[in-house]
Design a protein around this ligand. Structure first.
Ligand code: ATP
Length: 489
C-alpha cells in the first residue's frame, strides 16, 4: 500500500486533488478537487443519494444553508462543548491536539476522556512536541467551530458559526419536512453538504481537513416500536467487528443483536447497510470493520455508537460514524426554540418526540480516500498504476482511441463514436502516443473501458472494448456499443 503522502502526490499528478491556494503556499486543511476528483466525488455522492434516499420510500432529502442562527449551535451543545484540547509547543509554537498526542504515543483511543485526564496522560507519558521534541504548554479547550459575522455590524448579536455538521439543519427542519412530505414514522431525512471544523492540526491529506462534506441521515422511529421492519435484509450478513472490549471477531448482524452488542435493531440495520454499501462499491472485506464505542467514549446524548473503520496505511481509522441519539436533539430544539417539534401518531392518537435510533454520518472525503487506497494497484507487469475503481465510481467511464491518428477515416469514425457516447457516459477521446501508452494513461485514471477504432472498424462497423481489470478485449458492433457499456457499468 502506498503511504498517505504518496497518495497525495498521485492525486496531484492525476488532477484528483490539489492543495487549495497552492500558488500562495497553500492553507492548511483546505483542498480543491481537480477534474478527476470532482467526478469521483460527485459519483460517490450520487451513489449514496441514489441508494439511501431515492431508492427508499422512507427517506427524503434536504439541502440546508451552511450558516444558521447561532441558537442552533447553542441548543445542540456545540457552543459549550464542541472542543478539543490545544497543546502548544513552548519552543516552535506548533499547535497539537491533546488527545491525538496521547493516541499517537500510547496507541490507545482516548475519545471521551476529560481535559484533566488527557493532561495527566500527557504528563504521565512525558509527551513532548512531535515536531521539535520540546516541552508543551499546559493545554486549554479550543472550540472547533469557525465563527463568522452576519451583516455589516460586527458585534456579538450578529456572530454565528459555519456549521460543523449537517445534522442540526435536519433537526431544525424536522417538522416542515415531515408535514410537507406527509411522512409517517419510521422515516429518515438526509442531507449532503459542506461542514467546517477548525481542526487544531489538520493532517493525513484529506483525512482530517477543515472543510469537508458529509452525508448524514437522521432516522426517526417511534420509541415504542423497536422492531426493525427491514432487518431480514441484513440478518445473515457477516461483518468484521472490534467490540468495546477491544476484541476482534467476525459476526453476523443477527448474532450481534442476540449477544446484545446492538441494543437497537434499527441501529444494527443502518450500520449494516452502510457497511454493505462500501463492500458493494469495491472495498475489500479485510480492509473494513465496525468498531463499537466504549461507554466512556460515548457522547452524553448517545446511548450507542459504532464507527465504520478503514485500514489506512496510517492505521484503522473512522470513515463513518453512526450514533443512536435518542430524542436528545429534538428535545434540545424544543427547549431552546419553544416550538412543538413533535409527531402526531394518527393510529394511537399519541403526540411523540421521535427517537433517532440511527444517525449514519458519512464523510465524503474519507470515503473517497478509502476507495482510492483500495483501488490503487501498482501493477508491475503492466509497468503502470492501475486504479481499480468500481465502474460506477470511476470518474471517466470510457476512453475512445483511433488506432492511429493520421488516417482521416479512422479519426472521423472515432470522433463519431466519441460524440455519441459522451451524451451518455463521461468519456474522453485520446489519440496521443502509442496504444500501450494510452492504455496506461487510462489505467491510471481508473477508466474501466477503452474503446479502440482500428482499420477493420471502418469496414465491419465494429470496435474493441478493453477491460481495465483483466485487459481482455471483446469486439462489438458500434450499434451495440452503448448497450454493452451500459451492461458493463
Ligand atoms: P474524528 O474522531 O476523526 O475527529 P469525529 O468522530 O469527530 O471524527 P464525526 O463528528 O462523527 O467525526 O463526523 C462524522 C464523519 O464526518 C466522520 O466519520 C468523517 O467521515 C467525517 N469527518 C469528521 N471530521 C472530519 C475532518 N476533519 N475531515 C474530514 N472528514 C471528517
Amino acid at each position: 500500500m502506498v503511504s498517505i503522502d504518496e497518495m497525495a502526490v498521485f492525486c496531484k499528478k492525476k488532477g484528483i486533488v490539489f492543495l487549495n491556494s497552492d500558488i500562495y503556499g497553500g492553507i492548511s486543511g483546505f483542498w480543491d478537487f481537480g477534474p478527476l476528483g470532482v467526478e469521483l466525488k460527485n459519483n460517490i455522492k450520487k451513489e449514496l443519494w441514489k441508494r439511501f434516499v431515492q431508492q427508499r420510500a422512507d427517506v427524503v432529502g434536504i439541502d440546508g444553508a451552511t450558516i444558521t442562527n447561532k441558537k442552533v449551535w447553542e441548543a445542540s451543545g456545540h457552543v459549550s462543548s464542541f472542543s478539543d484540547i490545544l497543546m502548544e509547543c513552548k519552543k516552535c509554537k506548533k499547535k497539537h491536539r491533546g488527545d491525538t498526542l496521547v493516541e499517537d504515543t500510547t496507541g490507545k483511543n482516548v475519545d471521551g476522556s476529560t481535559k484533566d485526564e488527557i493532561l495527566s496522560l500527557i504528563k504521565k507519558h512525558k509527551i513532548k512536541c512531535p515536531d521539535c521534541g520540546s516541552e508543551l504548554k499546559t493545554g486549554k479547550s479550543f472550540n472547533l467551530m469557525f465563527s463568522t459575522n452576519v451583516g455589516a455590524v460586527e458585534d456579538d448579536a450578529n456572530k454565528t458559526y459555519l456549521r460543523p455538521e449537517t445534522a442540526q439543519v435536519i433537526f431544525t427542519n424536522f417538522k416542515s419536512v415531515q408535514e410537507t412530505s406527509r411522512l409517517k414514522l419510521p422515516f429518515g431525512i438526509a442531507q449532503i453538504g459542506k461542514a467546517y471544523r477548525n481542526e487544531i492540526s489538520p493532517r493525513d491529506f484529506l483525512f482530517r481537513s477543515r472543510e469537508f462534506e458529509q452525508f448524514e441521515i437522521e432516522y426517526f422511529t417511534d420509541p415504542e416500536k423497536t422492531k426493525c421492519v427491514f432487518l431480514k435484509e441484513v440478518k445473515n450478513m457477516k461483518v468484521n467487528i472490534l467490540n468495546s472490549k477491544d476484541k476482534f471477531s467476525v459476526e453476523t448482524i443477527d448474532g450481534l443483536i442476540k449477544n446484545n452488542t446492538f441494543k437497537n435493531e434499527w441501529h444494527a440495520y443502518w450500520n449494516a447497510i452502510f457497511y454493505k454499501w462500501f463492500l458493494d462499491f469495491g472495498i475489500k472485506k479485510e480492509n473494513i470493520r465496525l468498531r463499537e464505542h466504549t461507554k466512556k467514549e460515548l457522547a452524553h446524548y448517545a446511548s450507542a455508537c459504532f464507527d465504520i473503520e478503514y485500514k489506512f496505511p496510517f492505521g484503522w481509522k473512522e470513515i463513518h460514524g453512526n450514533a443512536d441519539r435518542g430524542t436528545f436533539d429534538l428535545d434540545q430544539h424544543i427547549k431552546y426554540s419553544k416550538k412543538e417539534l413533535t409527531y402526531f401518531d394518527e393510529e394511537t392518537k399519541r403526540k411523540i418526540v421521535p427517537y433517532v435510533s440511527s444517525e449514519p454520518s458519512q464523510g465524503i472525503e474519507r470515503a473517497l480516500l478509502a476507495f482510492l487506497f483500495d483501488a490503487y494497484n501498482d501493477d508491475k507487469k503492466r509497468g503502470n498504476v492501475m486504479l481499480k475503481l468500481h465502474p460506477k465510481l470511476a470518474p471517466i467511464k470510457g476512453a475512445i482511441f483511433p488506432l492511429v491518428r493520421n488516417k482521416k477515416a479512422l479519426v472521423n469514425l472515432a470522433k463519431e463514436v466519441y460524440d455519441e457516447l459522451k451524451m451518455m457516459f463521461n468519456c474522453v477521446y485520446d489519440s496521443g502516443g502509442s496504444i500501450g501508452r494510452r492504455y496506461a494513461r487510462a489505467d491510471e485514471m481508473g477508466i474501466p473501458y477503452c474503446i479502440t477504432i482500428d482499420f477493420d472498424s471502418i469496414k465491419k462497423k465494429d470496435v474493441t472494448i478493453r477491460d481495465r481489470d483483466t485487459t481482455k478485449q471483446v469486439r462489438v458492433k458500434i450499434k451495440h456499443l452503448k448497450s454493452n457499456l451500459e451492461k458493463f457499468i
